[in-house]
Design a protein around this ligand. Structure first.
Ligand code: NAD
Ligand code: TYD
Length: 346
């Protein structure tokens, strides 16, 4: 029996990971800490709260005293750090909080992991640390040795954290692993990200704001496959290593939007091209050979199936996301999209 401390478990991927652990490893105890920022939703963990093996505490990972106290009490064997500011557009508006949570928070967690001698510290990172790839070179993919070359304050803060993780491994011998995954989609994703935003807007017959010409390419992975990969890495992955996670599923944004429109029986007239994101990465593409060869991981849910499951989830869990899109999010949407939508309609 192990105790796994999961940070950011009230967010999208962290919550999916909590549910996977409770199902796959019922013998383990899960301690979840989360600051409950705008992106964290305690209702997402309602079912987990019913399990005697699950504990939740509202803690900011930058709060050294609170973090050390929970480590002292729970003595986790494994730490999995999902907690982060995760939205590129917000990082362009306000970089400071990204540096604080994503870098300083990671340092606090690793200091506590050293002090309380955790057996594994796992950092959940992103393919965005590698920068972007050109559209006309489909042969190029990110491998674990691709140099870090970031574009946004978000990706820079994640790369900074990765470098710090490697430093704690080499300098202090902290038993670390890092995973760098491509874009995730699935249940519980906050509707500021492409797929849930397009689903929510299409259902409300609102404009679907596509940045630039919609030709940017992302490599989409169903969230459960990401969580299964992390589960393998923390139990069988080699200490000190980085593992890329991705399912060879490159798609253009515009094609994703059209799939959603078709699935919901809406009109393509809803598509509204808006001003491009500053510094917008063109293409991400992961080479997952290492995790496949070393740990036998392969994605199980293909995009055609995963997107239908995701749309079905948003249709049958309207109470989960309608509360979000009617609250503080209204101001966020107006601030991020108001001008862009007005300009595009001129
Ligand atoms: P999310 O924004 O949905 O959730 C982040 C969670 O972290 C929220 O519950 C939030 O309350 C919590 N949090 C934020 N600041 C905190 C702090 N200071 N202390 C404690 N908790 C805090 O993000 P996500 O999409 O679930 O991403 C999780 C991780 O996976 C992130 O590290 C992200 O960089 C990485 N990642 C995400 C994707 C993706 O497509 N979403 C892809 C690759 C990697
Ligand atoms: P996003 O979900 O924010 O993930 P990331 O920027 O981390 O890849 O965006 C995915 C792609 O969709 C990205 O190329 C930006 C684009 N996008 C839009 O065209 N319109 C939108 O409203 C959003 C949120 C994203």
């Amino acid at each position: 029996m192990s105790t796994i401390l999961v940070t950011g478990g009230a967010g999208f991927i962290g919550a999916n990971f909590v549910y996977l652990q409770l199902e796959k490893h019922p013998e383990d105890r899960i301690v979840c800490i989360d600051k409950l920022t705008y992106a964290g939703n305690l209702h997402t963990l309602d079912k987990a709260m019913q399990s005697p093996n699950f504990r939740f505490e509202k803690i900011d990972i930058c709060d050294r005293e609170a973090v050390f106290a929970i480590f002292k009490e729970e003595r986790p064997d494994i730490v999995v750090n999902f907690a982060a500011e995760s939205h590129v557009d917000r990082s362009i508006e306000n970089p400071g909080v990204f540096l604080q949570t994503n870098i300083v928070g990671t340092q606090v967690l690793m200091d506590a992991s050293r002090e309380y001698k955790v057996k594994r510290y796992h950092q959940v990172s992103t393919d965005e640390v590698y920068g972007d790839l050109p559209l006309d070179r489909p042969d190029l993919l990110f491998t674990e040795t691709t140099p870090l070359k970031t574009s946004s304050p978000y990706s820079s803060s994640k790369a900074g954290a990765d470098l710090l993780v490697n430093a704690y491994h080499r300098t202090f011998g902290l038993p670390t692993t890092i995973s760098r995954c491509s874009n995730n989609y699935g249940p519980y994703q906050f509707p500021e990200k492409l797929i849930p935003l397009m689903i929510a807007n299409a259902l409300a017959n609102k404009p679907l704001p596509v940045y630039g010409e919609g030709l940017n390419v992302r490599d989409w992975l169903y969230v459960e496959d990401h969580c299964k990969a992390i589960d393998l890495i923390i139990r069988q992955g080699k200490v000190g290593e980085v593992y890329n996670i991705g399912g060879h599923n490159e798609m253009r944004n515009i094609d994703i939007v059209k799939i959603i429109i078709k699935a919901l029986g809406k009109s393509e007239d809803l598509i509204t091209y808006v001003a491009d994101r500053k510094g917008h990465d063109m293409r991400y593409a992961i080479d997952p050979t290492k995790i496949h060869n070393e740990l036998g991981w392969l994605p199980e849910t293909m995009f055609a199936e995963g997107i239908q499951k995701t749309i079905a989830w948003y249709l049958s869990n309207k109470d989960w996301w309608e509360k979000i899109v009617s609250g503080e999010y209204v101001h966020y949407f107006e601030k991020m999209y108001g001008e862009r939508l007005k300009k595009s309609q001129k």
